[in-house]
Write a protein that binds this ligand. Structure first.
Ligand SMILES: CC(C)(COP(=O)(O)OP(=O)(O)OC[C@H]1O[C@@H](n2cnc3c(N)ncnc32)[C@H](O)[C@@H]1O)[C@@H](O)C(=O)NCCC(=O)NCCS
Ligand SMILES: Nc1ncnc2c1ncn2[C@@H]1O[C@H](COP(=O)(O)OP(=O)(O)OP(=O)(O)O)[C@@H](O)[C@H]1O
Length: 200
């Protein structure tokens, strides 16, 4: 089974690319989605977050207050490291389980949509890597719009990751997502053909 690591900078367009892949029948393991599953009400990780970061991180509904925790960890790297140390082992374990399941099911290819692929050395799991890239200006604008953040808040989030330019340098292939979605889809199509991964 060929494993393709899919990454980029925050708000560079990974989810947009992932959605296209899923719509076209490819299996995608989404680390962000798993990171939400492991903190659902009743999960031990949610209790650990309450214990380490305070009960004010849990909403009256019993769910994690993602906005509040995000505001804290993206302006405090020690707190972010603490959160990462709680969640990353759980996320990794779930990803490995799903990989195993897909492998047993005879999948030919799987995409690993992982924002911190290079930061956490998970590119070693992948046969090839794709980075979804945008200019700093587009990244900032899209992140501010999507998450209703100020420019300073958005810059802090961008700064919490490896510079996108460095990810581009490490990638086997780069998708430029500055243009229209159709532009991006055309690049993906071409790449999948080049790598002989088209399903048609
Ligand atoms: C801090 C949290 C609660 C904020 O939640 P929120 O719903 O606002 O954001 P979401 O989870 O959709 O993440 C949005 C993007 O932020 C970036 N990001 C998230 N966590 C981190 C992190 N620890 N370090 C650097 N970038 C991160 C990623 O690019 C991600 O795609 C959440 O991101 C979280 O639990 N992060 C820790 C787990 C993690 O590392 N997730 C990302 C990779 S698996
Ligand atoms: N080609 C495009 N043109 C205009 N807007 C776009 C384009 N691609 C993505 N967007 C928008 O930019 C924002 C970020 O895209 P997306 O959520 O796919 O990024 P991401 O890399 O998955 O982000 P994160 O790392 O935060 O999960 C979204 O609001 C999305 O709708």
């Amino acid at each position: 089974m060929m494993k393709i690591g899919l990454t980029g900078g925050i708000a560079s367009g990974k989810s947009t690319v992932s959605k296209w892949l899923i719509d076209h029948g490819y299996p995608v393991i989404d680390a962000d989605e798993i990171s939400r599953q492991v903190v659902e009400p009743g999960e031990p990780a949610l209790e650990q977050i309450a214990a380490q970061f305070g009960n004010q991180m849990i909403r009256p509904t019993g769910e994690l207050d993602r906005r509040k925790l995000g505001t804290l960890v993206f302006q405090n790297s020690e707190k972010r490291a603490l959160l990462d140390s709680l969640l990353h082992p759980l996320i990794r374990r779930q990803m490995l389980e799903t990989l195993d399941h897909l492998e047993r099911g005879g999948a030919r290819v799987v995409f690993l949509d992982i924002p911190l692929l290079f930061e956490n050395g998970l590119d070693t799991w992948a046969d090839k890597t794709i980075v979804v890239s945008v200019t700093e200006d587009n990244q900032l604008k899209r992140l501010m719009a999507r998450n209703s953040l100020t420019a300073d808040q958005a810059r802090a989030r961008i700064a919490s990751q490896m510079p996108l330019s460095e990810k581009v340098n490490r990638a086997d292939a780069v998708i430029d997502n500055n243009g229209s979605i159709e532009d991006t889809e055309a690049q993906l199509n071409a790449l999948l053909q080049q790598w002989a991964l088209d399903l048609t």
